[in-house]
Structure formats: structure tokens, C-alpha cells
Write a protein that binds this ligand. Structure first.
Ligand SMILES: C[S@@+](CC[C@H](N)C(=O)[O-])C[C@H]1O[C@@H](n2cnc3c(N)ncnc32)[C@H](O)[C@@H]1O
Length: 544
């Protein structure tokens, strides 16, 4: 071992903490651009003008922006598993999950959710006991590795150590760098699959313990697309901006990572001191037909639509299909559910997903839901007739349907594209401007115009977004009430317990009356007590 390394404080003192790694390049030449940060120090999430709008929306809440910015780079502290009732029951799944996870991750609490009858929640046991605040997760915990880790340091690493030290990479373990989507999934508890890795130290072997970093894409001036990193890069040649996420064990070698197109690459450590953020279990390959990982506010939507056997239901923007699958689960296939998305590719994937769940009552269609009302008023057909009479596309098996007769559906789920400000964690500074964010609102109104026509009198429609932006939420509700007098805003039909504890009323000051505000539900990541993604749901009934 080189002498200087013995003196390095990093040699025997691996830290998953706010100050690791903090070495900065000493010379300003070839490596000046490399920037390694800890999650604590990272400023990501939302563009300043968006944060300012959200601050103004929550002007009376003094600590809001600080909590929002912390929440935007951290995951929700609980893993939420929705049980597919077509394949199993919650009781059975609970037992199976407890059996599977207790042997691999002993430190978890796995229990039935008290508000949702088809939901199981999983969280780190310590968190429940220590505190209720999700933001006091172990972002700043500081620990030393077990001594046996120190003994197995990869000595070949040290042949290039002066350069590594200059760059600021860790001297204790070789390292890999994943893309930001993969990094976000890691924070949510996922392991790393080969496609997610961008760069790695040379010589990494299967079974080796590695330090895991995620690239934080830097956009050029003017918000241009971030520079692409060629997959397979040697880490020493990486000059980007990255964040440390924790330790993992390689499932394959470096050369296999970059020669294979799929498969597990790194199992993330389940030791709470060797990972950043809360301990969340990797569930991507667990009980895949029986559970679906979904955010709690998203689960609210299908419940609010309250599907019943025999209903004819339209999901106007279905892909990737989480909410449609939930509808099918709630009625155990006893309804006719039409799932639409403009993207044929996404719909083919969603069709395969529905099939894998046994959700046989769903008809997947690739169509534009902003123009899907039939203009031929002389030839009114039921939804069943439209589907039965349509030709099947020989290439992908999707039915060739483009429109439906007015007043065809009992229920409509409208979950249109939105600014998605509420999705977390975000390992990027979103480059959306306020203008771009607000453009979504006019697109959302186009879907509404179709939905109102397609709904039967007395029919129910839910409107939802995964954003906190008022122009896509409260102001769309106000627009619906003004433009479509046939639509009444009604309560979400939640239990009293849910009403009292889950989500908040809509914002004041954006066109809704006090009474109307209480009928909608809003979720905000800056609301630390709730610890959810950002979300909004409203429910309407068309007058008879
Ligand atoms: C918020 S996502 C829907 C998520 C989905 N409801 C779920 O829970 O999995 C919005 C979807 O709308 C689709 N979309 C965008 N424009 C559309 C259009 N004109 N017609 C139908 N779908 C559209 C997008 O492809 C995207 O998949």
C-alpha cells in the first residue's frame, strides 16, 4: 500500500455521510469540471421560478421551501405495495412478503395500511420507533465500515491512486456511476441493473464491493439538453457532476456490465449505515403478479372513481397503467375497462403488463384522447359494439378504435400529462419554465372537453395530476365548473378517517370557494407530516 494512502483519512474511515466524499480536485486543468457531492449538499429538484410560485402558493407556511427542497431529493420513507386482488388477497401477500423480506432485510416493519384495504406498507423499523418525521432519515449519519470490509480493499485500485486522489474519488473502494433515473430508483430502494450504469472503474469484478454514484445531468446555458455520457466510460475520464448514494456488491464484472443488455449489476447494501436515505427494500422482482409499487395518492384515484361490477369505464391516459390495473383489481375483472394512450409503444407495454396481472377486463387502445368523440351522431354504438366491430392491428394486436359515441361511459379516469412537479426523488434540476409548466393546463382542458361529452348523465369523472402547480389543479377545476355547467364537483367519497388524515383541502385564492376547496384533495412534498409525492385529485358527477 502506498505510504500516502496510509495517511489518508479515507483509507479506514468510509463514511456514508453528508461530508463524504469532499475532496476537490487540486489542479484546475483536465479535471476541473468533476464535482462530487453528497445528497445533503445537492440542490436539485425544481427551477427557481417554479419554487417561487410554490412558495407564494404556500406563503403562510414559513419553513415550506426548505422542507420542499429536502423532500424533492429524498424518497417517501415508506414503500407502498398495492395488492392485485385478481391474483391474491392482502392477508396472503402480507405473509409472503414477511417471509421473503425477513430473511434478507431484518430491519423492516411490514404491515397492512390502516386506510386502504388493498395496501401494505413497509418501512424501516427504527424510523417508526425513533421519529415520525420522514426527513430525519439517515442522510447525515456517519459510520465506519465493518473491519472485514477494510481488509478486502481492492489493491489493484491503488496503482492509479494519485490520479484518483486528485479527482476526489474514494480511496476505499472502486466505484460505479449510474444515470440519474437509476439513481432515483436506487434512492427508492431499487438495486442497479446493467442498463443504468454509465461508467465504472476498470477491473471491477463480480462479488466486489463498490461505491455507487449517480450522474446529475448539467444543462448548458439556456437550458439546452445535458451532455450525453458514453456508456462504458472509465470513471477516471468522467468530468461531470455526481452524488454519492451508498455501497453495493457487484453481481457481475465491469466487462459484463457493458456487454450485456439486461440483468442485475449491483445489489445495493441493505445495511442502514451503508446507504443514503431511508432503508427501502428492493422489490422489483418480488411477487410481480401480486403486488404493484404505487404512490399512496395515486391509489386514491381508483378508489375515488369507485368502480362497480358491470361499469363501462374509460381511462383516457392510461400508460404505464398503474391506475387502470387498480380499477381492474377493485372490480376483479367484472367491468369493461377501456385503457387509452396516444403512445402505441407505451400501450403495447401496458397491454403486456395488464396481461401479466390477469387483468382480462381491460381493452388497451392507442388513440388520441383529445379527439376521441365520434362525430357521426347518426350511428350511435355502445362501447362493446365499437370494440367488437373494430379491426385488429396485425402488427401489435391492438384494436383499431379511434373514437366513441357521446355519453358512452359510466365512469372516466382522467390523469392527463402534467408538469409532474410532485415526482420525487428528483436527481436533476428540472429545466421547466413557468410558461412551459402552465402550457400543460391548456392541454389538460382539451381532455376535459372530450371527457364531459363521453360521460353518461349521472356518470362520474376523476381528474388527477402529480403536480402541486395551481394552474393545473384548482384552476382546472374552476374551469370545468365554469365551462361545463352539467358537471358538479362532488366529494371524493372517502371514509371519515381518510378525510381527516390523508391529504389537504385545495388551495385558496385560485377560484375555488371554501366549500369547493374541501371537496378536492391536494398533496405536497413540502408537507413533511404527510410525506407523499405531490398530487391532486378532484371528482365530478355529470347532472342527470
Ligand atoms: C400522467 S401519465 C398517465 C399515468 C397513468 N394514468 C398511470 O397511472 O399509470 C399521462 C399519459 O398521457 C399520455 N398522453 C399524452 N397525450 C395524450 C393524448 N392526446 N391522448 C392519450 N394519451 C395521451 C402520455 O403518453 C402518458 O402516458
Amino acid at each position: 500500500m502506498p505510504n500516502d494512502l496510509k495517511d489518508s483519512p479515507e483509507t479506514n474511515d468510509f463514511k456514508v455521510n453528508s461530508s463524504f466524499p469532499q475532496k476537490r480536485p487540486r489542479d484546475g486543468r483536465d479535471n476541473a469540471a468533476l464535482r462530487i457531492q453528497s445528497l445533503n449538499d445537492l440542490t436539485v429538484g425544481l427551477a427557481p421560478e417554479i419554487v417561487e410560485r410554490l412558495r407564494l402558493q404556500n406563503a403562510t407556511d414559513k419553513g415550506y421551501v426548505e422542507r420542499l427542497m429536502t423532500a424533492m431529493k429524498t424518497p417517501v420513507a415508506k414503500t407502498i405495495c398495492r395488492v392485485n386482488l385478481i391474483q391474491s388477497t392482502r392477508g396472503e401477500v402480507l405473509k409472503e412478503l414477511q417471509k421473503i423480506l425477513s430473511s434478507s432485510v431484518p430491519n423492516l416493519e411490514i404491515r397492512e395500511h390502516s386506510l386502504f384495504p388493498d395496501v401494505i406498507e413497509i418501512e424501516e423499523a427504527q424510523l417508526t420507533m425513533k421519529t415520525n418525521s420522514p426527513h430525519s432519515s439517515n442522510l447525515s449519519s456517519c459510520t465506519k465500515p465493518r473491519s472485514d470490509d477494510d481488509a478486502s480493499l481492492p489493491t489493484s485500485l491503488f496503482s492509479s491512486w494519485p490520479m484518483r486522489q486528485e479527482k476526489g474519488w474514494p480511496m476505499t473502494h472502486r466505484a460505479i456511476l449510474c444515470d440519474r433515473f437509476c439513481g432515483e430508483a436506487v434512492l427508492r430502494g431499487s438495486d442497479i441493473f446493467v442498463r443504468g450504469i454509465l461508467a465504472a472503474d476498470s477491473g471491477i469484478k463480480a462479488g466486489e464491493k463498490v461505491a455507487v454514484y449517480a450522474d446529475i445531468p448539467r444543462t448548458c446555458d439556456g437550458g439546452a439538453a445535458p451532455k450525453k455520457i458514453a456508456r462504458g466510460l472509465i470513471l477516471d475520464n468522467y468530468n461531470g457532476n455526481c452524488v454519492f448514494l451508498g455501497m453495493g456488491t457487484m453481481a457481475c464484472s465491469r466487462s459484463e456490465v457493458f456487454s450485456q443488455s439486461n440483468g442485475l449489476a449491483v445489489s445495493m447494501s441493505l445495511h442502514p449505515t451503508e446507504r443514503v436515505g431511508p432503508l427501502l427494500p428492493p422489490l422489483s422482482n418480488v411477487l410481480i403478479k401480486k403486488i404493484m409499487l404505487q404512490n399512496l395518492p395515486s391509489i386514491l384515484v381508483a378508489n375515488a372513481l369507485n368502480p362497480q361490477p358491470g361499469d363501462v369505464i374509460l381511462d383516457m391516459c392510461s400508460a404505464p397503467g398503474g391506475k387502470t390495473a387498480h380499477l381492474a383489481s377493485l372490480v376483479k375483472n367484472q367491468a369493461l375497462i377501456v385503457a387509452c394512450d396516444r403512445s402505441r409503444k407505451k400501450m403495447i407495454e401496458a397491454r403486456n403488463f395488464f396481461k401479466s396481472l390477469g387483468a382480462s377486463c381491460i381493452t388497451p387502445l392507442a388513440l388520441d384522447s383529445t379527439r376521441c368523440v365520434s362525430i357521426d351522431r347518426s350511428n350511435v354504438k355502445s362501447v362493446k359494439e365499437v370494440i367488437e366491430q373494430a379491426k385488429t392491428n396485425p402488427d401489435d394486436g391492438l384494436k383499431n378504435v379511434k373514437s366513441f359515441s357521446p355519453e358512452s361511459f359510466d365512469k372516466i379516469l382522467l390523469d392527463p400529462p402534467c408538469s409532474a412537479l410532485g415526482l420525487r426523488p428528483k436527481l436533476v434540476v428540472a429545466q421547466q419554465s413557468l410558461r412551459e409548466v402552465d402550457k400543460h393546463a391548456s392541454y389538460q382542458r382539451k381532455f376535459v372537453a372530450q371527457a364531459v361529452q363521453l360521460l353518461k348523465p349521472g356518470g362520474i369523472m376523476t381528474y388527477s395530476t402529480c403536480t402541486m402547480n395551481n394552474s393545473e389543479n384548482e384552476m382546472v377545476v374552476k374551469h370545468i365548473l365554469i365551462e361545463y355547467p352539467s358537471m358538479d364537483l362532488i366529494s371524493l367519497g372517502l371514509t371519515e378517517e381518510m378525510e381527516a388524515s390523508f391529504g389537504r383541502p385545495g388551495l385558496g385564492g385560485f377560484g375555488l370557494t371554501e366549500e369547493q376547496r374541501l371537496l378536492v384533495r391536494r398533496f405536497d412534498p413540502g408537507d413533511a407530516e404527510q410525506d407523499t409525492m405531490g398530487f391532486f385529485v378532484a371528482r365530478f358527477r355529470k347532472k342527470l
